[in-house]
Design a binder for this molecule. Structure first.
Ligand code: F6P
Length: 368
């Protein structure tokens, strides 16, 4: 891996956030400029690695920890687990790990290292204490498994101190660019699909309108994927504005056709206030509608990871160590089109994945 490739990934991520066509043109133009590539290598050899999970837990984090620890040990490194995310760095709660520390965890949800959102680490003083604690143990490389908030922290830390960081995208929200899937997303979506299938049975029996709220904060991927997979009539996501007139006229038109069963999947962070907000608006406009709501909540974050989540977590974990060894530092390890992709930490956070217009059209066509 060389700097040229890192820059290329960075550029590609930025370009995809503009538009697909434009990005292709930009990438072609970029490739046509023959810049000289040189290897970004760190002078210091990484010998002791800390691993932590931060932010909301996601199924598959344990599989990633296992892969990181075992790959590091395979290559002769000392491995350390940092407890409760950045809090463990600040409070010096860091434990030595060996191959057996990660036995029998690949199938478990949650994270054996526990997780937290650490306020002290947001401040320069907190990061300095964290750095000193790592130095005391001789840790000279860090792998952070988490979402955008966690990468922000890793980015700042690696800018300020001489400890390289690698990020692994671990979040059910899939709100990170530079990877097709994040660790935990597939499990969360499958959990949502199983729940919605059950709701559909009772919804159909009563000819009801059901509004199911899924997680994702301000990202609509869980709603999109689970909604399409369960045949939802409407999917409301923060990335696309749904005008209320549109939604109501759509429901009225269906009422006329005697299509009484209606499933609406809404992201918790949608502009109308999730399931409760949408329910109120619909009830005010369609007083006869028999509406029920279901907020799936944290069940989406737990449970055994799916095969896909275990597989991507294992693959990304292995490559995180390779990156630390070969000098590809301060990047997020992602998988795009089944190939490894390395994106600078700051771009992974800044450039969000884009929702394609094709998906919106599919939802419309298939719900008629
Ligand atoms: O980022 C993962 C996530 O589960 C979001 O989908 C959700 O909005 C948030 O975390 C919930 O956070 P908490 O568990 O702190 O309530």
């Amino acid at each position: 891996m060389n700097l040229g490739m890192v820059v290329y990934d960075h550029f590609r991520t930025f370009a995809t956030s503009i538009s697909y066509d434009l990005s292709l043109k930009l990438i072609r133009k970029f490739l046509s400029i023959k810049i000289s590539l040189f290897v970004m290598s760190s002078s210091k050899k990484v010998t002791k690695i800390g691993v932590l999970t931060s932010g909301g837990d996601a199924p598959g984090m344990n599989a990633a920890i296992r892969a990181i620890v075992r790959t590091g040990i395979y290559y002769g490194m000392e491995m350390y687990g940092v407890m409760r995310g950045y809090s463990g760095m600040v409070e010096n709660d860091i434990i030595k790990m060996d191959s057996r520390s990660v036995s029998n965890i690949i199938q478990r949800g949650g994270t054996i290292l526990k997780t937290a959102r650490c306020l002290e680490f947001l401040e320069p003083e907190g990061r300095k204490i964290a750095y000193d604690n790592l130095v005391k143990k001789g840790i000279n490389g860090l792998v952070v498994i988490g979402g955008d908030g966690s990468f922000n922290g890793a980015q700042k830390f690696s800018n300020e101190f001489d400890i390289p960081c690698i990020g692994l995208p671990g979040t059910i929200d899939k709100d990170i660019a530079g990877t097709d899937f994040t660790i935990g997303f597939d499990t969360a979506v499958n959990t949502a699909v199983q729940a919605i299938d059950k709701i559909r049975d009772t919804m159909d029996a009563h000819d009801r309108l059901f509004i199911v709220e899924v997680m994702g904060r301000d990202a609509g991927y869980i709603a999109l994927h689970s909604g399409i997979a369960t045949g939802a009539e409407n999917i409301l996501i923060p990335e696309r504005k749904t005008t209320l007139d549109q939604l109501i006229s759509n429901l009225l038109e269906k009422e006329k056709r005697k299509k009484l069963v209606n499933l609406i999947v809404v992201t918790e962070g949608d502009e109308y206030g999730g399931a409760n907000g949408v329910s109120k608006i619909i009830q005010d406009n369609l007083p006869n509608a028999d509406i029920r709501i279901c907020i799936l909540g944290h069940i989406q974050r737990g449970g055994a990871p799916t095969c896909i989540d275990r597989y991507i977590a294992s693959r990304m974990g292995y490559h995180a160590i390779e990156c630390l060894m070969n000098g590809t530092h301060n990047v997020m390890v992602g998988i795009v089109n089944n190939k490894m992709q390395y994106t600078p930490l700051d771009s992974a956070v800044k450039a969000k994945q884009q929702i394609s217009d094709e998906w919106m059209k599919i939802i419309k066509v298939l719900s008629t």
